[in-house]
Design a protein around this ligand. Structure first.
Ligand SMILES: Cc1cc2nc3c(=O)[nH]c(=O)nc-3n(C[C@H](O)[C@H](O)[C@H](O)COP(=O)(O)OP(=O)(O)OC[C@H]3O[C@@H](n4cnc5c(N)ncnc54)[C@H](O)[C@@H]3O)c2cc1C
Length: 383
């Protein structure tokens, strides 16, 4: 089979890339190893994503407007989002919708496991396993690697490695009286006992409550951390489903090479501090496709423009959140200070605005000075 573009991986990144390419009439194949896949994920998405990618209401199963953040000593800071909400989706439904939309717009959707890729004269040859134990070959001029944190496309094409990989676990609990308080509440725990370097969470979904935690890969036993979290939450109910996966939290050193581009987790595009990846997966998928279209239409854009534009638009968010994580997530004393700082209404406003719309709007000087002073105060007293 010959196509213009082969997109490997049908998660949010690959499906978004394939959708844009197909809409512009490029012959595009979207290769996904399991069309019934439920990617381990909290499924929290910001308003900006829902608007930009026209996510229909039926997929946004909860619109959560309340958030509580808990410190190691048990201080609880509760907040409401006056101008928005955190959307909750289930990945098994969300990813399926995105893939099918790409197919409706003209992409060829193929359930098949990608095995290997090699460069040929002016393009790529991909080898795939298809159902029934047969092998299939796809030749493409361009390739988009959207095959997640352990990207085989990146490995075969010798991209620099995905650097910092955290591991996260999540358990699903049936909605019940004991968990009813979470119906419209996201709860985040900063507590070394449940996560020594990240955080633990409770997210409400349409028909269940998702509870999980994360840590740097290999640093602590993730199952023990999760058990400790459930114990500290005081939950008697038993989970009916458990899922875990790696999260890369630093962009690769480069994510464009020749006629190949990496997007989403394959490129390492998950923000430190909060582990948010769905928005950046879809945005990078879309930006890579737009650059490729400009390139093919002879507008003189090299494919490296995709990476350049992505870093220009979002680099500051990645750096800011990286700094925040390395400053405050190191020990319980610092976590205690961090939660205290979140009591400030301006800090809350800035956090919500930047999460919901991914825009860093500078606060007025007096607010910046006030926040700096509070930071120094809480860091000094350690609470
Ligand atoms: C427990 C957990 C909770 C999370 N919670 C959130 C959250 O609440 N909000 C948020 O924004 N982010 C969250 N994330 C991160 C988020 O899940 C990822 O950043 C996001 O899924 C990245 O999308 P992607 O399309 O790049 O990769 P993926 O979603 O991993 O998609 C890759 C796709 O490629 C396919 N694939 C892989 N290898 C092959 C192959 N060889 N052949 C064919 N297909 C292949 C896979 O089946 C998969 O469908 C969480 C992550 C974890 C682990």
């Amino acid at each position: 089979m010959n196509v213009d573009v082969a997109v490997v991986g049908g998660g949010p990144a690959g499906a978004s890339a394939a959708n844009e390419l197909a809409k512009k009439g490029l012959s595009t194949i979207l290769i996904e190893r399991n069309l019934s896949n439920a990617k381990p994920c909290g499924g929290a998405i910001p308003l900006g994503l829902i608007e930009e990618f026209e996510i229909p209401d039926f997929l946004v199963e909860r619109k959560v407007t309340h958030m509580a953040v808990r410190s190691p000593k048990g201080k609880m800071v509760t907040m409401t989002m006056p101008n928005g909400f955190v959307g909750m989706v289930r990945r098994e439904r969300f990813d399926k919708f995105l893939r099918e939309r790409a197919a409706q717009n003209g992409a060829t959707l193929l359930e098949s496991k990608f095995r290997t890729i090699e460069e040929t004269n002016g393009g790529y040859r991909l080898s795939l396993d298809i159902k029934g134990g047969e092998t299939m070959e796809v030749r493409s001029k361009y390739v988009i690697g959207a095959d997640g944190a352990n990207s085989k496309v990146a490995l075969d094409l010798a991209f620099p490695p995905n650097e910092f990989k955290a591991v996260a676990i999540q358990q699903r609990f049936h909605s019940c009286e004991e968990l009813a308080r979470y119906e419209n509440l996201v709860e985040i725990w900063y507590d070394g006992e449940v996560s020594p370097d990240f955080y633990a969470w409770v997210f409400p979904k349409a028909d269940h409550i998702a509870i999980g935690t994360g840590t740097e890969d290999g640093k602590a036993n993730i199952k023990h951390l999760q058990a400790r979290f459930i114990e500290k939450l005081g939950i008697q109910a038993k989970p009916y489903y458990e899922e875990a996966a790696k999260i890369p939290m630093h962009p690769r050193k480069t994510f464009v090479k020749g006629n190949a581009m990496l997007v989403g987790d394959a490129a390492g595009l998950v923000t430190p501090s909060n582990g948010e990846g769905i928005f950046f997966a879809m945005k990078s998928g879309k930006m890579s496709a737009e650059t490729l279209i400009d390139h093919i239409q002879g507008k003189g854009s090299p494919l490296s423009m995709y990476e350049k534009k992505f870093r220009k638009q979002f680099g500051i968010i990645f750096k800011g959140l990286d700094l925040m994580q390395s400053l405050y997530y190191r020990n319980d004393r610092l976590r205690e200070s961090f939660v205290s700082i979140l009591e400030d209404e301006h800090v809350q406003q800035i956090s919500f605005d930047s999460y919901l719309y991914k825009k860093m709007v500078p606060a007025p000087l007096w607010v910046q000075l006030k926040i700096t002073a509070k930071n120094l105060y809480h860091l000094a007293i350690g609470k």
